[in-house]
Design a protein around this ligand. Structure first.
Ligand SMILES: Nc1ncnc2c1ncn2[C@@H]1O[C@H](COP(=O)(O)OP(=O)(O)OP(=O)(O)O)[C@@H](O)[C@H]1O
Ligand SMILES: CCCCCCCCCCCCC/C=C/[C@@H](O)[C@H](CO)NC(=O)CCCCC
Ligand SMILES: [Ca+2]
Length: 594
């Protein structure tokens, strides 16, 4: 409901058509009038989606003024593009050129619209730190940034400091160590691996500044204020796709420009008492671990490496023994099979904010929340499943991506403080193919007798004594003195990538060296799918958001709304509204504008 009074109303011309323009509270609209002054079409734009207001007739490509008068002004705004007949989450830059009756009136319009922008959008970023990975995805990140993103930032008056990375983990280390005063956010132009670098940098730095130990599994991590933006230019772009609904650089740049804010759950992965990594999209053992290990050998194929490796690994027909323990989330609230979808403004997530961060939070209640959240959970609340699995996957969000538009867990929530644990027991090849294929269709991938899914707060994975791979030379605390990844970034990153060529081996070896892997375990991918030939390992590896973990026995815990992205969740496509009709939980906007 609009409560603010009308700020300005007048006749304006778009081309030779007369319109009535109206700025009222948080909306700007213009209505075409016919010869008898009757209303025809109206276009209405919320002020929060106005990108810029410029005097004159301005073009963005290249940014120049065309022949104009001193009565003209140009409005740039977010325009929703038609996708598959409906208005999907794809955005583009809308531009309308208005001509007023006098210069004085034009100046009033420009001034009032700019005041409205300041009033209604106080948290737009002014200064951004941008990291470009020139080697990710199809190696087009630099071109994408300079041609599609930088002009939008410039138009919106955002100044950006750009770092083109020369080695893996440079972005993470920069965020951990350099002075970030004055930056309103950090942006990556790359894929999920680049996002992960920013995630680790931002979380690590926030904990350092708050004096919180990331190695302590029971600790309540400090939520991060510095926003992360993703300009998709990778191979999977899962985090971007799942938080925006599309992997399109212009759409993502516009979400950044207008300062959208989407909280995101993060899963911490520990081995013994050491933090191993953080994850948002996938902690996966078995199939997804094997696909990743295999794909590293074919990095030169670019994004196709996953399809090729997926096919090879599928042919291997592997399953693995293990014990999965999990701490169930409150099943009264939601379930991974409730057929809902977490959409922009999701009610489940906004209600979780209240639960995760109660308003009257003093230091002492913070401490008690830390205890109540995790440590106090008695062992009795944990459940255990033992057996042979094709794959064990934990995801904090749907993990939808272009390859799988519904994702690993279509009803998972971005910011509810829980993750979904998917256990796919050993089955015949056709059964497993059916499971995989359902990721790409509307059929329920959990409606199979060998699949179970649980909404959880924490997960542990282990082996029965003597069950680990004989070949396995897993580092553990006694053998391996390498500290957790964030303890000493200096020591950890100096040998990540030997040259810029970014060959598969170099990248994998870099990551493994960082984790303190031994020569023997480094060779795992050599025989994993070489092709299921001579040596078959009894264990798989963990795929953690596209990185191989050096440990098989791990424990994971979900930290609700630990970071914030420049995004707003997936906007509902009206043409698919019927599908969500029963979803009472995911209505109402809550996170659209910070
Ligand atoms: N200059 C660089 N040279 C080598 N590696 C780099 C460089 N900059 C970043 N990296 C590393 O490259 C890895 C992969 O990059 P990125 O995530 O951008 O692309 P991708 O792997 O193709 O995409 P996705 O992760 O979506 O599958 C990241 O983990 C990052 O640490
Ligand atoms: C018969 C058709 C079979 C089709 C099967 C499609 C299954 C698609 C599921 C997609 C799940 C993506 C989960 C996200 C993982 C990312 O964090 C990670 C880093 O980018 N990507 C991969 O590990 C890359 C993992 C790629 C797995 C294939
Ligand atoms: Ca979640």
């Amino acid at each position: 409901m609009e409560t603010d009074s009308v700020k300005l109303e007048s006749s304006v011309w778009l081309g030779n058509k007369r319109h009535r323009a109206l700025l009222s509270g948080w909306r700007f609209s213009w209505t075409e009038l016919d010869k008898k002054n009757r209303d025809k079409n109206t276009i209405s734009v919320p002020v929060s989606e106005v990108v810029a207001v410029m005097e004159g007739q301005v073009e963005i490509h290249p940014q120049k003024k065309t022949k104009d008068t001193d009565r003209d002004f140009t409005l740039f705004y977010v325009k929703r593009s038609n996708t598959s007949g409906g208005k999907g989450p794809l955005w583009s830059l809308g531009r309308s050129q208005f001509c007023c009756l006098s210069r004085d009136l034009r100046d009033q319009w420009v001034t009032q619209l700019r005041i409205a922008l300041k009033t209604h959008c106080p948290s737009r970023p002014c200064r951004l730190l941008v990291f470009i990975n020139p080697y990710g995805g199809k190696k087009k990140a630099k071109q994408i940034f300079h041609s599609s993103v930088a002009p939008l930032f410039e138009l919106a008056g955002i100044s950006s400091h750009v770092v083109v990375t020369e080695r893996a983990n440079q972005a993470r280390d920069h965020i951990l160590k350099k002075d970030l005063t004055g930056f309103d956010g950090v942006i990556c132009v790359g894929g999920d691996g680049m996002f992960s670098e920013l995630l680790h940098g931002v979380i690590g730095r926030t904990q350092q500044e708050a004096g919180v130990s990331e190695h302590d599994q029971s600790v309540m991590l400090q939520p991060c204020d510095l926003h992360i933006g993703i300009i998709p230019a990778g191979s999977t772009d899962c985090v971007c796709f799942a938080t925006v609904g599309v992997n399109d650089p212009v759409t993502s740049a516009l979400h950044i420009v207008i300062g959208d804010s989407q909280p995101l759950d993060v899963c911490s992965v520990h081995h013994c008492s050491t933090l191993v990594r953080y994850s948002v999209s996938l902690v996966g053992y078995g199939f997804y671990g094997d696909v990743l290990a295999e794909s590293e050998r074919h990095r030169w194929m670019g994004p196709l490496r996953y399809d090729y490796s997926g096919f090879l690994v599928y042919l291997c027909n592997r399953s693995y023994q293990g014990i999965v323990q999990y701490l169930p989330a409150d099943s009264q609230i939601t379930s991974p099979r409730d057929n809902s979808r977490c959409l922009s403004g999701c009610r489940v997530c906004s209600e979780s904010t209240e639960r995760l961060f109660p308003r009257s939070e003093s230091c002492s209640s913070l401490y008690s929340r830390q205890l109540s959240q995790y440590s106090i959970e008695s062992e009795d609340n944990w459940l255990s499943v033992e057996g042979r699995f094709r794959c064990v996957s934990l995801t904090c969000m749907s993990s939808s991506c272009p390859r799988s538009p519904k994702g690993l867990s279509p009803s998972a929530h971005l910011a509810d403080g829980t993750g979904d644990l998917i256990l796919v027991r050993n089955t015949n090849p056709l059964g497993f193919l059916t499971y995989l294929h359902r990721h790409t269709t509307t059929q329920d991938q959990f409606d199979l007798p060998f699949v179970e899914v649980h909404r959880v707060k924490a997960v542990r994975f282990s082996f029965l004594p003597g069950e680990e791979d004989d070949d396995e030379d897993q580092p553990n605390d006694s053998q391996n003195n390498t500290p957790g990844i964030l303890e000493d970034p200096e020591t950890l990153c100096n040998s990540d990538i030997e040259s810029n060529s970014f060959g598969s081996k170099q990248h994998l070896a870099g990551n493994q060296r960082e984790q303190g892997m031994t020569e023997k375990s480094r060779n795992k991918s050599d025989y994993l799918c070489g092709l299921c030939s001579s040596k078959r390992s009894a264990t798989s590896v963990w795929n953690c958001d596209g990185e191989i973990l050096p440990y098989a026995e791990i424990s994971c815990r979900v930290h609700g709304q630990l970071v914030r992205l420049f995004a707003r969740g997936v906007e509902e496509d009206p043409s698919s509204r019927k599908y969500n009709e029963g979803n009472r939980n995911c209505r109402g906007r809550c996170f659209s504008h910070s």
